[in-house]
Design a binder for this molecule. Sequence first.
Ligand SMILES: Nc1nc2c(ncn2[C@@H]2O[C@H](COP(=O)(O)OP(=O)(O)O)[C@@H](O)[C@H]2O)c(=O)[nH]1
Ligand SMILES: [Mg+2]
Ligand SMILES: [Zn+2]
Length: 305
Amino acid sequence: MSEIAGRVLKSTGSWYTVQPGSGPVVMCRLPGRFRMDVKEETNPIAVGDRVDFVVQEDGSGQIVTIGERRNTVVRQATHGRRGSQVLAANVDLAVCVVSVAKPVYKTGFVDRFLVTCDANQVPPLIFVNKYDLARPEDRERLEELTELYAGLGYDWMVGSALDPTTLAALNQRIGDGIVMFMGPSGTGKSSLLNALAPGLRRETAEVSRFSNKGMHTTTYAELLPLPNGGYVADTPGIREFGLVDIDAPGLSNFFPEMRHLREKCRYYNCTHVHEPDCAVMAAYEAGEVHPERYMNYLQILESVR
Ligand SMILES: Nc1nc2c(ncn2[C@@H]2O[C@H](COP(=O)(O)OP(=O)(O)O)[C@@H](O)[C@H]2O)c(=O)[nH]1
Ligand SMILES: [Mg+2]
Ligand SMILES: [Zn+2]
C-alpha cells in the first residue's frame, strides 16, 4: 500500500480530516499505539500536523507517520486536567490583534505575546486594528510605537478590518502559510477572519465557545482555507498562549534590545532588577531601553518567577 502525505485540517478526537497534496480530503484514523507515545499533551495530532496515511478498503485512511513539528501553539490544560493541549502545529504566522480603541491596546499584552511567540518559535505579527477610530493623539502615539517595534525588528502593522488596503496587505503577508489570530476579545479577530476568507461565515468565537459550554469535549482548532492557498487556524476563544519553560534569568533573551547586553552584566544569571553592575539597567537609565518595554519586562518577570 502506498503512503500518501497530507496535512491535518481538522480533528474531532477519533477522526482526522487530512488534505493530501491534491484531490479531496480523506477522513483518517490514528492507530492506538500513537496515543501511548504522548505524555504531556492531551492530543497526539493537531491541525497543521504533517502526516502520512494509507487508504483502507472502506476508503478511509489510516495514519502511519506523524511528521516532526516545526513549532506548536499550546494551551495549558485548565480545570485540573493533566497536560497541555496543542492547538495547532507548524504555524507560519501568529497575528496578535489589538485595537486602537474599544478596547484600547496595552503594550504589556503585546510584549507578552512577542515573548511567547519567540519561545515557541512561531513568527509573530502585531496587527493594530481599528485605525479608523484613531484620534490625532492616538495617531501620534502609534507612530512612536511603530518606530519602536519596527526598530526592534518586529513585524508590525496598523490598519482596519474594514479597509481593503489593509486586507490586501495582510493577505500578502500570510501568503500560502498557516496563520493564527490571537488577542483580546473585541479587537476584530472574527471580522478579519470573515473579511480574509469571505464565504466561510464563521460564527464569532464567543458564540462557538458558548455552544461548547459544559461539554467535556475539547475544542480543537480547524484550518480554514484562504483564497491564496494558505489556511487560517480557527481557534475558538484563544487570547494568548501560555508562558511555558521560561526561567527568570532567561527571559531577557526574548527582548532583542536586552539580549546582547546580558553578557555585560556582572552576574550570569542577572534578572536586571536589583543586581549591581547590570548592563540592562544602565541601558535603561541611559534611555537606550524604552521605559515601557522595561516595565513590561518586569511584569512578565513577575509572572514567570
Ligand atoms: N471601527 C471599526 N470597528 C471594527 C473594526 N474591526 C472590527 N470592528 C468591530 O469591533 C467589534 C468586535 O469585532 P469582532 O471581530 O467580533 O472581535 P473579536 O472578539 O476579536 O472576534 C465588532 O463590532 C466589529 O464590527 C475596525 O477596523 N474598525
Ligand atoms: Mg470573535
Ligand atoms: Zn542585568
